[in-house]
Design a protein around this ligand. Structure first.
Ligand code: ATP
Ligand code: MG
Ligand code: FE
Length: 346
């Protein structure tokens, strides 16, 4: 049994053909990094047009790699939320058209649930991991959930301003590093002194499961250029300063993420029987975050499952979560619409 999974929520056009067992028979990801680089961020109009050009070749490549045709599929799945409207539309219209043409059921996916589900795509991952506490750290979201099942999530809290990935990207832009900046900041951080700057860890002691990263971003800005300066392009920042800023910034972000996840799991271990922390989203690829979360898990005695690094950033393989919706009989209709924004994490 096979399904076709389609992902186009932001700036990756991706498709995968996935067996019920989770085995991936074919997949393709077209990134748009070079298209958005000069703008230091994803430009929605450019993203939508690029998806439109790429979606059919990407699907075709995944299907050919798998050696399958529409008639071999059990269902067509697509992420319909959250994301950029124009980007989502391209994937959703493609999925609806193929579902209609091939006469196959349609399944709609929440992209954030899929990010977390990537944890279960590790070889030998335990099958029944719920209830768990889920941490999503991506370009657009930083949230904690109580996960009753893979597809039933209860929002605990999230960022009140910037997402963690967004902060990485903005700091990268201030340092004139290539877009998207997370990986570049992490690279420099590995060679810097994390104690060189003492950046704020906002809301770290707050009981609520909320986050804030915009104060940290401003502190980095002041550290680089002093208050008031808007134009960074003419600034010559010494390489060692860049490395130290990155290391100190990364340490601040990771400290907050680890400390708040730790608090949430402690609370819910007693209250809800959730003994496991599951983590997904682009920033979950960060080596320091992975290391420090593992250290916390060892110390506090909770189990930790982090999505494998290659399934942290956007991909269609995490659309394997569609099998869970199929098993629950949750199908979408052909009048499926997109939902770009979410209310309180849903
Ligand atoms: P969302 O999933 O919230 O809709 P998105 O799909 O754009 O947003 P992802 O693809 O999950 O986000 O993640 C991209 C983000 O992850 C970017 O902000 C990127 O800088 C960040 N990122 C990727 N790798 C790393 C890393 N090693 N360290 C830190 N950040 C990273
Ligand atoms: Mg992306
Ligand atoms: Fe994403």
């Amino acid at each position: 049994e096979l399904l076709l999974s389609i992902e186009s929520t932001c700036d990756e056009t991706a498709a995968a053909v996935i067996e019920r067992s989770g085995r991936v028979l074919g997949q393709c990801i077209a990134t748009q990094e070079t298209l958005h680089e000069q703008f230091n961020g994803v430009v929605p109009e450019i993203a939508a047009r690029a998806h439109l050009e790429r979606i059919l070749p990407v699907i075709d490549t995944a299907m050919k790699q798998a050696g399958v045709m529409g008639r071999d599929l059990t269902a067509v799945a697509v992420a319909d939320r959250p994301g950029l409207a124009g980007s989502l539309l391209v994937g959703v219209v493609a999925a609806k058209t193929l579902a209609l043409a091939w006469n196959r059921p349609l399944i709609s996916l929440n992209h954030l649930h899929a990010h977390l589900y990537a944890c279960q795509l590790i070889d030998g991952a335990p099958e029944d991991i719920y209830p768990s506490v889920g941490l999503i750290v991506s370009g657009g979201h930083t949230s904690l959930y109580l996960c009753h099942t893979a597809i039933e999530l209860e929002y605990l809290g999230g960022t009140i301003d910037d997402a963690a990935g967004e902060a990485f990207d903005k700091v990268a832009a201030m340092l004139s590093l290539p877009f998207p900046g997370g990986v570049e900041v992490a690279k420099l951080a590995a060679e810097g002194n994390e104690k060189a700057y003492s950046f704020p860890r906002s809301m770290i002691h707050d009981e609520a499961d909320d986050f804030s990263f915009s104060g940290l971003k401003t502190a980095v800005r002041y550290a680089i250029a002093g208050p008031g300066r808007q134009d960074f392009s003419s600034l010559q920042i010494p390489e060692q300063v860049k490395r130290d800023v990155c290391a100190s910034f990364e340490a601040a972000v990771v400290d907050v993420l680890v400390s708040k996840s730790r608090r949430a799991i402690k609370r819910h271990r007693d209250r809800s029987g959730a003994g496991r922390l599951i983590v997904g989203g682009g920033v979950a690829a960060n080596q320091r975050l992975r290391r420090d979360l593992q250290a916390a898990a060892d110390e506090d005695g909770f189990e930790l499952l982090i999505a494998p690094p290659h399934l942290c950033t956007d991909n269609a393989v995490m659309g394997a979560i569609a099998w869970k919706k199929l098993e629950a009989g949750l199908f979408a209709n052909l009048d499926l619409d997109i939902t770009p924004g979410l209310q309180r994490g849903f």
